[in-house]
Design a protein around this ligand. Structure first.
Ligand code: ZN
Length: 243
């Protein structure tokens, strides 16, 4: 997913190295050692908060089948996590996944599941390379399908989670719950109702990413570009087509 969603805690003053100096009492400025100690305390607070978040992130992933599978994929392919200060999540197509450390841990877990689906597709050769794809539309179709499936998996992994939602997720949940309720009311068993719920919710994701009624996609890499536009651009760049 290549979104530009910002976490709510950007500009946290504790992350700003300039601030630590202002907190240092005058006496300690006399010695570098005391100064360093205060700076380190500030950084230690940040490190601690980050460790807590990462532990929660890992435990959420470990609590769902989609999350556990994503962790296996990460492990199997030696994917390094880069924790950064902005954006949401992305996969570089090689061995690095970037995650926003300011984002809610449960929401981040959904992004991680999505990105590890890209990893799985890429590493298994199922994901097309723009360079090696002669047909532009076919490349775009395959990549947009991959985005749809990754988004479904990310949303599905977060069913039952509280806290802030991922963009468009509320529609997935509504469709999922509604279809499940209807199936159960119609006498379906739990497994059949679950299947009906997932397939209704998947149809909703397809519509949110690639609407066929002329509406603007609700799930897109940015407010200016749909996934379809994005992957057309990737293909054209790769084939040096200027249109
Ligand atoms: Zn994606």
């Amino acid at each position: 997913m290549r979104r530009d969603v910002r976490g709510g805690q950007r500009g946290d003053p504790r992350r700003s190295p300039g601030r630590a100096g202002a907190d240092v009492p005058l006496w300690s400025r006399m010695g570098n050692r005391a100064f360093t100690t205060v700076v380190q305390r500030g950084l230690l607070g940040d490190t601690y908060r980050f460790q807590v978040k990462r532990a929660r992130f890992m435990s959420i992933l470990g609590s769902t089948p989609e999350g556990r599978h994503a962790l296996e994929v990460q492990n199997e392919h030696g994917i390094t996590l880069s924790w950064v200060d902005g954006g949401a999540a992305s996969y570089d197509g090689d061995s690095r996944c970037t995650l926003n450390l300011n984002m809610d841990a449960a929401r981040l877990a959904g992004y991680f599941v999505h990105e590890m689906y890209h990893v799985e597709r890429k590493k298994s050769g199922a994901s097309p390379d723009a360079d090696a794809s002669p047909d532009e539309q076919q490349y775009v179709d395959r990549m947009v399908e991959e985005e749809i499936e990754g988004t479904v998996l990310g949303f599905q992994s977060r069913i039952g989670q509280s806290g802030p939602l991922m963009p468009g997720e509320e529609f997935y949940r509504l469709a999922y719950q509604d279809a499940k309720k209807q199936a159960l009311a119609g006498g379906a068993d739990a497994a059949t109702a679950e299947e009906a719920a997932r397939s209704a919710a998947r149809r909703v994701v397809r519509h949110l990413i690639r609407p066929t009624d002329g509406s603007w996609p609700r799930i897109a890499p940015s407010t200016l570009e749909s996934y379809e536009m994005y992957y057309h651009r990737v293909w054209r760049k790769s084939h040096a087509v200027r249109r």
